[in-house]
Design a protein around this ligand. Structure first.
Ligand code: SF4
Length: 451
């Protein structure tokens, strides 16, 4: 190791929605890489280890040819300004400052703006609008929660420090003995590696979460439930009655829920039922609910898109004002129906995980991609920007899964621009192009016939 070592205290890991802000990083400034990440979990250590600076990568590629950032900005702006149905997607692994720029571009080009929420907790976003959210911060969970229920998720593997820092073993003001002062319940269709931490494991039949949640709502309200509930849900009436009583009798309860609930049969009805159960329980005690979010700033994406459009994801500007319609304006659907004619993808790799029909269409339209690393999406992109990594090279703000904003402390500089810088330049150039375009009335009318 070189002698040129720097330490960064209280840095932030942006690998998952826990956004742990207590990382003590040791940075080899000669090799530009993080050699130690104290307090990080196994996922966080891997995140920091793999984001050393890979100098020598081109700033940008246009149709596979090396280009400067400025040339790529011009090409991207020309594509977006000329498109009839451009779409913007991704955004969950970048700062809110970059997200703001992306929404402004979407508004300006009268396109579609959508985030990875549409393929993870989109149903929860719909349910929040219908039912409301009894919410909290993770600090409250650490200090107060004595009944913690995880529903449809495996945070032991996906969010390891959710257990140790906040919700299971963490010692808090009113739960000083940590896990000994809490009851942990896990509801899932199978035993996952998270199950060993649970005091009570409830195995629900696949696709029967809604029925189970509705039965709990009835029991919490003192209604009678038929013992046949066990045939439909796989959970005995006695287990449900016990769980309902524990929920009513705790001092502070929380329902954490994951994609096992939101992306299975029932979707937003499942999320809505869980949120309604949490609301019902506030007749008896303090109870909250919170989705466990995956990407480091997917919560920020929801917040920014909501501030600027009034809706959290799947928003369309083609009529000059925002419209929200999941299924119509969500990216998988727009691509699968072959409607989009250009796309701007920020910090996401849909070409590696979308359905075939959507990926096929990505091959047929100009794609502009911003990413610190080569991905399947950057490889098919007509314009691919290399950008600096948020949290490691770039400062800014991210939102933890409980909507708490956290300021990033970068470890070392990058020669590559941030997403915010690239998007800001694209936005300014698109504005220039559209200002000229809109001075010609017929051209402008032709461009925005979509929707
Ligand atoms: S729990 Fe998530 S945010 Fe915290 S260190 Fe692990 S990967 Fe990073």
């Amino acid at each position: 190791m070189s002698a040129n070592v720097r330490t960064v205290e209280n840095a932030t890991c942006t690998f998952c929605g826990c956004v742990c802000d207590d990382m003590d990083l040791t940075v080899d400034m000669d090799e530009k890489r993080i050699t130690k990440a104290k307090n990080a979990c196994v996922l966080g250590r891997a995140w920091f280890a793999k984001h050393g600076l890979e100098e020598g990568r081109p700033y940008a590629l246009i149709e596979g040819r090396e280009a400067s950032t400025a040339e790529a900005v011009e090409e991207a702006a020309q594509i977006l300004a000329a498109a009839r149905f451009p779409i913007i997607y991704g955004l969950s692994d970048t700062t809110i400052e970059a997200q703001q720029q992306a929404v402004a571009i979407g508004d300006m080009i009268r396109g579609n703006i959508d985030t990875t929420t549409s393929v993870c907790h989109g149903p929860s976003g719909i349910a929040f609008e219908g039912v409301g959210e009894s919410t909290m911060t993770l600090g409250e969970i650490k200090n107060r929660a004595d009944l913690v229920i995880f529903w449809g998720g495996n945070p032991g593997e996906s969010h390891p420090r959710l257990f140790s820092r906040y919700a299971v073993t963490a010692k808090g003001l009113y739960v000083p003995k940590g896990k000994k002062d809490r009851t942990i319940v896990l509801v899932d269709v199978r035993r996952t590696p998270s199950a060993p931490v649970a005091d009570i494991f409830v195995q629900v039949k696949p696709g029967r979460d809604f029925e189970l949640l509705w039965a709990l709502r009835a029991l919490v309200r003192g209604r009678q439930i038929d013992a046949a509930i066990e045939q439909s849900t796989g959970v005995s009436l006695a287990t449900l009655e016990d769980l309902a009583q524990r929920m009513k009798n705790c001092r502070y309860g929380v329902l954490f829920f994951g994609m096992g609930l939101t992306m299975t049969r029932g979707r937003h009805f499942n999320s809505g039922a869980l949120l309604a159960l949490a609301a019902d329980l506030n007749e008896y005690t303090h109870f909250v609910a919170k989705p466990v979010r995956g990407h480091g700033n997917v919560t920020g994406a929801d917040n920014v898109v909501s501030w600027q459009t009034g809706y959290p994801f799947g928003v369309n500007f083609s009529r000059g004002y925002p419209r929200f319609n999941p299924g119509e304006f969500t990216t998988v659907d727009v691509l699968s129906r072959q409607e989009a004619d250009a796309t701007l993808i920020i910090a996401s790799d849909p070409a590696s995980n979308f359905p075939h029909a959507a990926i096929n269409h990505l091959h047929n339209i100009p794609v502009i991609a911003l990413d610190p690393k080569p991905t399947v999406t950057t490889q098919l992109a007509r314009v691919a920007f290399t950008t600096a990594t948020y949290g490691i090279n770039v400062s800014g703000t991210v939102y933890r899964m409980d909507d708490v904003p956290i300021t990033l402390r970068p470890a070392f500089d990058s020669p590559y621009p941030s997403d915010e810088e690239v998007l800001s330049q694209i936005k300014n150039r698109v504005h220039e192009l559209l200002t000229v375009d809109r001075s010609a009335p017929q051209a402008s009318a032709d461009k925005h016939v979509a929707g």
